[in-house]
Ligand binder design. Structure first.
Ligand SMILES: Nc1ncnc2c1ncn2[C@@H]1O[C@H](COP(=O)(O)OP(=O)(O)OP(=O)(O)O)[C@@H](O)[C@H]1O
Ligand SMILES: [Mg+2]
Length: 325
């Protein structure tokens, strides 16, 4: 067996270092005194760029091709890293706000929270979707908004105990096997977190923009930041942040209290370089009406709460026009 000495190693390295067309490793010889060999990090060459480009092409091949949802012009996702901060409530009122601001636009609502679907309750909808002639599910409609949710396909109280693959297949059904007709906007209510479902959706369909919902509380903001960073990473434009439950106004004495802090989401928006799309107060009416399946934008259109949601809807449209006129 040939003895692999230091001098043989140095010889090898020298041979490769002298060949410019060969991809260099991260180490190279510097010529010091003849008796010693120094291995130092070398600059990557043009060849490395070519390799990175090839790697990128390989990676792209591995990802699913983004395919638009038939008939849908723009998809807006409503997300947050954290659970329970008001995504579903915001998604529903945003969809209604978009329509209230411009009744000529058609808006749909997709509940992507397959484990804990909320849209059936929030939109006061029940039942199984019928199938169209070409075997696509026909969304259920209330308040003029066609809606699709896993909640229409499973029993109300049945726990959804699925492994990852089943969840992916459910998401695929919700994305591809629904007859939306023609929609200007499809608002997608995302599940909490930054996991498989979020990635799968962002990789499978083109998304016009993401709306991140957060309370002004540090712990929620941390997750909201993760959510925003995830969308940036997968090249989905972050339209901005909605600060939810920012102020509570006592219905008796009108005293205002900032239960979760006052300005956290605004500060986070500044840090991330995105816009604050609006402030939604913590309001009993929002909670009560949501629980009754009568979102405030339709049940109390003249209230300041409804106005706050309509403002968010206008800000979303403005941002979409800026990004993609
Ligand atoms: N601005 C608000 N004022 C009062 N109650 C609110 C407000 N926003 C949301 N809520 C209430 O907070 C609770 C959680 O809201 P919601 O279900 O929209 O959160 P979520 O982020 O979608 O939760 P999950 O992560 O579980 O999907 C609900 O009871 C809802 O009615
Ligand atoms: Mg929800």
């Amino acid at each position: 067996m040939a003895l692999f000495t230091y001098s043989r190693l140095s010889n090898l390295l020298r041979i490769y270092a002298d060949k410019p067309s060969i991809l260099r490793t991260a180490t190279e010889i510097t010529r010091g005194p003849p008796c010693c060999v120094q291995l130092v990090r070398c600059q990557r060459t043009v060849d490395t760029k070519a390799l990175q480009e090839r790697q990128k092409q390989h990676m792209a091949k591995g990802l699913p091709k983004q395919k638009p949802i038939t008939g849908v012009k723009r998809v807006i996702v409503v997300a947050s890293g954290k659970g329970g901060v008001g995504k579903s409530t915001t998604a529903v009122n945003l969809a209604l706000g978009l329509m209230a601001n411009d009744p000529s636009k058609s808006v749909g609502l997709l509940d992507a929270d397959v484990y804990g679907p909320s849209i059936p309750k929030l939109m006061n909808l029940k039942g199984n979707p019928e199938l169209s002639d070409n075997n696509l599910m026909i969304p259920l409609i209330n308040y003029g908004i066609p809606c699709m949710s896993m909640g229409f396909l499973v029993e109300d109280v049945a726990p959804i105990v699925w492994r990852g693959l089943m969840v992916m297949s459910a998401i695929d059904k919700l994305l591809r096997q629904v007859d939306w007709g023609l929609l200007d906007y499809l608002v997608v209510d995302m599940p909490p977190g930054t996991g498989d479902v979020q990635l799968s959706i962002t990789q499978n369909i083109p998304i016009a923009g993401a709306v991140i919902v957060s309370t002004p509380q540090d712990i929620a903001l941390l997750d909201a930041r993760r959510g925003a960073e995830m969308f940036k990473k997968v090249n989905v434009p972050v339209l901005g942040l909605v600060q939810n439950m920012s102020v509570f106004q006592c219905p008796n004495c009108n005293h205002q209290t900032h239960i979760f802090g006052s300005d956290g989401a605004r500060q986070l928006a500044d840090t991330l370089g995105v816009q604050l799309l609006g402030d939604i107060p913590l309001h009993l009416n929002i909670r009560e009406m949501s629980d009754r399946g009568k979102p405030v934008v339709v049940s109390s259109p003249d209230s300041p709460e409804a106005e706050a949601y309509r403002k968010v809807a206008s800000a979303v449209i403005q941002r979409l026009e800026e990004i993609n006129p």
